[in-house]
Structures are given as C-alpha cells and as structure tokens.
Ligand binder design. Structure first.
Ligand code: GDP
Length: 365
C-alpha cells in the first residue's frame, strides 16, 4: 500500500499528531492482513458517500477503505552528511510515497524550539535543505556515470544527462525536484531516479488551540501557505493537541465536540483526505446486502486491475464490470431504478474506473 511519511523537526508536534492517528486508527478486526508495525498508523478514509450507500442498501456490514501514515523519527539536521541515524532518516523517507512535514505554528514559551524561536519557514528550509543535498549527491554521482556514455553520443544517456543537469541546477539554488518543469518523457526518467525531493509534499501547520476556529488569523500559517505556493506543495492546518482529543471520540460525540470548536471537519480527517489525493488515489465502491465497502485504487487503473484489488481471481477471470456512478445511484434511489433509467453500464477490460463508481464485477472462476 502507498504510504505518507510524517517528518518534522523535534518539538513541532509530530508524536502528538501520530498518536492522534493511531488513536483514530482503523479497527484491526476489519483489516487482519495488516502488519503490525508501531511506526505505521492505519486510518479509515472518511467518505460521506459510504454512509449514504449504507443508508441506501442497509447491508449487514460497512467497511471503509484505509490509508497508512508512517512515523519517520530521527535526526534531521546534518542528515545528508551524517552517518548512522541521519542516513536512516533519509532511507526511511526514500521508502514513503509522499511526505507530510509537520511545521510548528503554535507559540508556547514552555516548549523549547530547537532553533530558539518559532519560525516555520526556516524550519521547512532546514529539512528541505537536507533532502536537497542528498538528492544533489545522487544526481552528481549519476552525472559522472551517464556523462561518459553521453560523450560517446549514446542517445539515451544524452537524454538523461540533460535532465540530470537541470536537476543539479535546481538543487544548487536550493530548489526541490518537484518544482522543476519537465516534459512527460523527461518526467518518466526523472521519477526513475528515486529522488527525495520529487515526492509530493504536504505541510501540516500545527497551530495552537486558540487558532483552530480561525487559522487565517495565524500569521505563521499565512507564511507557510505562501511558501507552499512556490514550492509546489499543499498545506493543511491542524492542532495536534486537539486532534488527539478528537481521536478519542466517535459519532455524535465527535460531531458535538467539533461544533463546540467551531470547525466542520477534524484536521486529521482533512489530512487523511489530502494525503490520499496527493498520492493520486481514488475510491470505488461495492454495494451488496452482505457488505458495502470502499476500495482504494490508483487513478488511471482499468477495470480488471481494480477487480484484482478485491481478489486476484476477479482479475484473472474478469468478464465485465457492472458500473453505476455514485451520483446516478443516489439519484435513482436504488439499483433497480438506476438500471431502469439506463444508468447502469456494462464496462469491459479497457474501462478506466472513476472515483465514486459503484461496481459489481462479473468473472469466471
Ligand atoms: P515532536 O518532537 O515533534 O514529536 O513533538 P511532540 O509531539 O512531542 O510535541 C512537543 C511538545 O509540544 C509537547 O509538549 C506537546 O504537548 C506540545 N504540542 C504539540 N502540539 C501542540 C499544539 O498544537 N499546541 C500546544 N500548545 N502544544 C502542542
């Protein structure tokens, strides 16, 4: 499964946020196949459509889809030239598919800031710089190898060298790879270099309890948003401390608490959904009387591959995907009505599944 790694300087609220994630964690009974790793938090992806489908179908069981966060502890500063712990930090980042960087935007004199004062942009730059330096080193090594081949007029090497030089130039001016503009062909090669700074990034602005209802009044949040704009990254505002309280609640209690705070959705739920989209993930549903369930797929996947997410036999024996969009199903009120209205389609092997599709797979056993 794809995972988003949580990073940040010491004392910015990472552990508090990660605790909220594991608190809110998915019921393991539903996901017996999940490995138990203390650094991985599995959360259910909040999706109102699943609740509506449950009302509609009245199944015996409803199963949301899940998403994984990985806690990446370890030293940050000097990681790119460090050995041991620093290398470990970087290799953990290498393994995740997206980065959620927690940034301290709360003032609290009782909590020491590693750099002496609250300064979110400087914090972000500290971490980004380590990642950029590590990437610069990889690219320089690669240039030394590919450069030789390119001088011998090897076409592929010449193509790659141009990309490497472009990246090197960006790194030397402290810019991450995700801000470099490439053609589609170049991007394929760039992605193959397994760079750290090409991964999608989400800044998690951790604000104080008083700023939750109106985060725009927090000037640090404004700074982070501005920075993110030029950095090809997204921003989510949370109060990690409050999130850990919300995570202990469920259903009506949770709703009431959110109302008291004056917010519509918990920061954690926003974070889950943003990270999910950042990774290019989407959801389709299966809706039977036994079970209504949400499934995660990667945007662009075709019907048989999506069937394979449920079971490999579904993919091998794939015949057709009986498909109706969530909106059409809800408008019809039930499957029979949707079918009568001609909204249920029989899709074949080449069908590219869309977010919100409700699917019944037909297959040979
Ligand atoms: P980490 O080192 O990044 O994992 O940071 P921690 O999660 O351990 O948090 C460091 C300190 O900041 C702890 O004392 C937390 O209680 C506190 N803290 C974290 N989030 C908030 C917040 O939103 N508001 C306030 N006031 N304190 C927070």
């Amino acid at each position: 499964a794809l995972t988003a790694g949580i990073v940040g300087l010491p004392n910015v609220g990472k552990s508090t946020l990660f605790n909220a994630i594991t608190q809110a964690g998915a019921e393991s009974a539903n996901y017996p196949f999940c490995t138990i790793d203390p650094n991985v938090g599995i959360v259910e992806v909040p999706d109102d459509r699943l609740n509506k489908l449950t009302e509609l179908v009245q199944p015996k069981k409803t199963v949301p889809t899940t998403f994984e966060f990985t806690d990446i502890a370890g030293i940050v500063k000097g990681a790119s030239k460090g050995e041991g712990l620093g290398n470990k930090f970087l290799s953990h980042i290498r393994e995740v598919d997206a980065i959620c960087q927690v940034v301290r935007c709360f003032a609290d004199d009782n909590i020491t800031h590693v750099a002496g004062k609250v300064d979110p942009i400087s914090d972000i730059e500290t971490i980004n710089l380590e990642l950029i330096l590590a990437d610069l080193e990889s690219v320089e090594k690669r240039i030394a190898r590919v450069g030789k081949m390119a001088r011998q007029k090897d076409k592929e090497s010449m193509f790659e060298l141009e990309i490497l030089e472009k990246l090197k130039e960006a790194f030397e001016s402290d810019k991450p790879a995700r801000t470099v503009e490439f053609t589609e062909e170049q991007m394929k090669v760039a992605k193959g270099l397994h760079l750290l700074t090409i991964k999608p990034v989400l800044y998690v602005a951790n604000v104080g309890e008083d700023d939750v209802a109106d985060p725009t009044s927090n000037e640090y949040v404004q700074q982070v948003k501005e920075f993110a704009n030029n950095d090809n990254a997204e921003v989510i505002v949370v109060c990690a401390k409050i999130e850990s309280e919300i995570a202990e609640l469920e259903g009506e209690e949770k709703e009431m608490f959110l109302q008291e705070l004056g917010i519509e959705e918990s920061g954690l739920d926003q974070l889950i959904r943003s990270a999910y989209h950042l990774l290019g993930l989407a959801t389709y549903f299966t809706a039977g009387v036994q079970e209504v369930r949400a499934w995660t797929f990667k945007k662009g996947m075709k019907a048989p591959e999506c069937a394979g997410i449920i079971h490999s036999d579904f993919e091998k024996g794939f015949i057709r995907a009986e498909t109706v969009s969530y909106d059409d199903l809800l408008e019809g009120g039930n499957m029979v009505a949707a079918r009568e209205a001609g909204k249920v389609r029989l899709e074949g092997k080449e069908y590219i599944v869309k977010d919100g599709d409700v699917i019944h797979f037909r297959f040979n056993v």
